[in-house]
Design a protein around this ligand. Sequence first.
Ligand code: FAD
Length: 259
Amino acid sequence: MNVLLIYAHPEPHSLNGALKNFSIQHLLEAGHQVKISDLYAMQWKATLDAADSLDFSPEKPFNPSLDSMQAYESGRQSPDIAGEQAKLLWADAVILQFPLWWFSMPAILKGWVDRVYAYGFAYGVGEHSDSRWGDRYGEGTLAGKRAMLVVTAGGWDSHYSPRGINGSIEDVLFPIQHGVLYYPGFDVLPPFVVYRTSRVDDDRYAAICTGLGERLDNLFHTAPIQFRSQNGGDYDIPALTLRTGIAPGVTGFRAHIAE
Ligand code: FAD
């Protein structure tokens, strides 16, 4: 199968760098095809701006969404954006690997999402009418592909437990897993998270690799998180709130995951 690893860490000799190398090796040994987008090594341009369209004109006001759509539809996107979209279309599974920085992804990876997820590619897909709000949240360009986060965090496991001070890891990662990955169609697997990174010695590193290796071995077998699909009947349209009778009394992120 084809696996794309999107990787964001500035230091090749970091824990993340070692885990990235481990994953590539492990996937290749299992017979997969692997491509990598090493964003710092690529000197990925992290800011979305007018120059992302080859037809950009300094005299014209820049409209981030509409200019993105026109560039995507006319084949006039910046080549680095089109190249990453081609990798996504090639992939059967996509892994996003990064250190948790301020409860989210590093800015360079957010900039990858902002720029690669063009209007017409990742959003604005499908029929938009009073009875349908496009193909998203379970449908869309990337439907049928799998995605998984590999995240390292300085905080402890307990700090990210359901009553932990940082909020549960499911809640912290919800905007990425539900918003960035499920929205354009991916089936999202439970994340692989390494906590308390300041306490990684050789023995723990070996255990982390064993765990990560098992997750990679099951990349195409692990059950995805059961996010509710937008067009599967759980939501009133066009309000897009959960129908009465679906998860009664449950609010917040948790309500959008089926029992
Ligand atoms: P490294 O610092 O490279 O390594 C961590 C440990 O692993 C070290 O002890 C190192 O000796 C060991 N190690 C490295 N490679 C190997 C190897 N090959 N074999 C054995 N051991 C190895 N944390 C949070 O929980 N929440 C946050 O919101 C958050 N925000 C942050 C914001 C910023 C800007 C920064 C800089 C950090 C933040 N952190 C946060 C902490 C951050 O998540 C961790 O520092 C990061 O995940 C560690 O990953 P690393 O690859 O940089 O580890």
